[in-house]
Design a protein around this ligand. Structure first.
Ligand SMILES: Nc1ncnc2c1ncn2[C@@H]1O[C@H](COP(=O)(O)OP(=O)(O)OP(=O)(O)O)[C@@H](O)[C@H]1O
Length: 211
């Protein structure tokens, strides 16, 4: 029997903007080592749910608890050390070159597999862009950088919102291969309305069920 190790438990989680409930009474347990997908049409609340779970915005009601491997609770203020995020609303530092951005980011967070920054640039197909400023990156290059930072920062959970955005077919295939390479104890949570962005056996949470 596979033992399910809890990572995040949410109970009666609800979010309202003004008078509109985006989701209500969502109770769910996310375990270690699985891929979860929030599904639903445009505007249904996938990004909002992702942002509530990452602690970026507060819920209106309900509780959200993160757990260590030994089942002790993690204070919500400390979860940023456990998560890696790639979302359309996450800003890259446009004034930095790629090399400066990588040094800055990995000055604060550990890199997976003890990769060198040169190796990471190769993995992201950005090996020739080290001295280029992020503001001069194409949208696909920016997306590869966001995804590379999310996949290769040591973290228990990788959050991805619309990961295939701005990727051509080659880069999309690259994304999907990176997703499959995430360490097996790591959890991935994706907001997506494109079934090609996640494996068929991912666990799905249909946001429309929580209106
Ligand atoms: N800060 C905010 N203030 C008010 N309403 C908001 C705010 N953020 C999002 N909304 C509303 O919440 C609803 C859900 O938006 P959200 O971006 O979570 O949907 P989504 O499922 O991720 O959509 P998409 O597939 O288009 O990315 C929308 O009606 C949106 O207008």
């Amino acid at each position: 029997m596979v033992t399910e190790i809890p990572l995040i438990k949410i109970k009666d989680l609800s979010k309202r903007f003004n008078r509109e409930w985006i989701f209500r009474n969502l109770t769910y347990q996310f375990n270690r080592g699985s891929i979860y997908v929030f599904t639903g049409p445009n505007g249904s609340g996938k990004s909002t749910l992702l942002q509530v779970i990452t602690g970026a915005i507060p819920p209106t009601d309900g509780s959200l608890t993160y757990y260590n491997v030994n089942n002790s609770e993690i204070a919500i203020d400390n979860i940023y050390k456990k998560i890696a995020v790639a979302t359309p609303y996450m800003d890259l530092i446009e004034e930095f070159t790629l090399d400066e951005h990588l040094s800055f980011h990995f000055g604060m967070r550990n890199i997976r597999y003890e990769l060198t920054l040169a190796e990471l640039k190769n993995i992201m197909y950005l090996e020739n862009a080290g001295s280029k400023h992020i503001q001069n990156f194409s949208s696909g290059m920016k997306q590869r950088l966001k995804l590379g930072l999310a996949f290769y920062t040591e973290a228990d959970i990788v959050f991805l919102d619309e990961p295939g955005t701005n990727l051509d077919q080659t880069a999309f295939n690259w994304y999907y291969n990176q997703l499959l390479k995430v360490p097996k104890e790591c959890t991935v949570i994706i907001a997506s309305n494109n079934p090609q962005e996640y494996p068929e056996n991912s666990k799905r949470i249909d946001i429309l069920s929580y209106k």
